[in-house]
Design a protein around this ligand. Sequence first.
Ligand code: ADP
Ligand code: LRH
Length: 473
Amino acid sequence: TNKNIYLAADFGGGSGRVIAGFLLHGKLELEEIHRFPNRQVKLGNHVYWDFPALFEDMKTGLKLAAQKGYNVKGIGIDTWGVDFGLIDKHGNLIGNPVCYRDARTDGMPAEVFKVLDEKKHYADTGIQVMAINTLFQLYSMKLNQDSQLELARQLLFMPDLFSYFLTGVANNEYCIASTSELLDARQRNWSQETIRTLGLPEHLFGEIIQPGTIRGTLKEDIARETGLGTVDVIAVGSHDTASAVAAVPATEYPIAFLSSGTWSLLGVEVDQPILTEEARQAQFTNEGGVGGRIRFLQNITGLWILQRLMSEWKARGEEQSYDIIIPQATEAKIDTIIPVDDTAFMNPENMENALVNYCREHELQIPQNKAEIVRCVLQSLAFKYQQAVEQLNRCLPSPIRQLNIIGGGSQNKLLNQLTANELGIPVYAGPVEATAIGNILTQAMAKGEIADLHELREIVIHSVTPQVYYPKK
Ligand code: ADP
Ligand code: LRH
């Protein structure tokens, strides 16, 4: 009790959580306060965030922290990229935000590139074209004459939205804004040209703030309801991947990372965006990072496939735990490699059927049991990482020499080993809660407890011990 702590609210594809971080003598300790499901809700024609329920879950986490008697110095929020809510002229949320796995963006890139020149667009925004990105979500709303878009006064990315309802302050944090594909990569501000050419309402796009900025304080009613009193809400690398990358336990450049969760984000940290044609063709993205850095990375479908399989097996009453299935998969033998980024695996009704059908249609050996299915998914991921690193190395002055895997997926020992084998370089696994760590330490930076990103990472190095995997073949 009476501990000085920061609270991170992290909304990931697997779950939402409120985590407390306690920083003392250059070392960070975490305590999970509250974990809750982050379900996507299918209603009528769309797939939505369950925003009001998640806001309540977050407040429950805040209340629990207050009940523990902690002295809360800040609250920071991060979520996955690209999704947003729209606010009307009264400051109210217009409808539940739509989740990026919604079908509304199908075919949108082709529509957008009737209007924009694709190569120039990359040279401006530096973002890998993915149909899920905010730009394509907005363009689909425009083409469908969506009434929400007509009513909207401001667009808030999900972390901006959570923060807005905590503080009443509405602005756009830089890292998450970069996932919109609507920022000028060099200026690090809205690309007015892109917005105008697409005919999107210019008033939607607010002030861009940098991670490490105080957004505001808790609104009085929320301060009272949670029992927290007046607490600062701080802009962190509010794109979960930006927070995770800030917490890579390494200080020697190039910092090569694989943020492994629902998605696999593989890349390096650089000082300036790489906007070359080679980078574009290799589908690398330049997302905004903490401390003015750029995350030069590829978005790869990650453990989503395994997550879905596990939940399907559970729904059939065949409860499976990672601790059982991964050792079984380690023993399994199957040669099949599937292209994890194929649209077949984006959001199928049934993942196991999608996988089996894919193998059948492409005359690949069909996995016969759960262990073989899991093995197939993991070796397909490792194979994809190898291709990504090869492309990455071609964009860099010298090849990467080690890879830091962070996030929940870094607990997957088989995947870590297969990755080391494929890449032929050492792999360092951990921390699991990199996102929460980056979130919390960026708050400490805003409060002047940490000088810069380098010092932040030294704290991470003092606080965690990654597992090393050497290549075996
Ligand atoms: P996200 O924020 O995208 O939900 P997380 O960083 O929480 O991602 O990671 C979730 C992933 O971590 C799951 O998809 C799962 O594959 C992996 N994971 C979780 N627990 C374990 C475990 N005990 N062993 C291996 N992998 C695990
Ligand atoms: C990972 C992530 C990733 C992408 C995707 C939508 O959780 O944020 O970086 O932006 O989700």
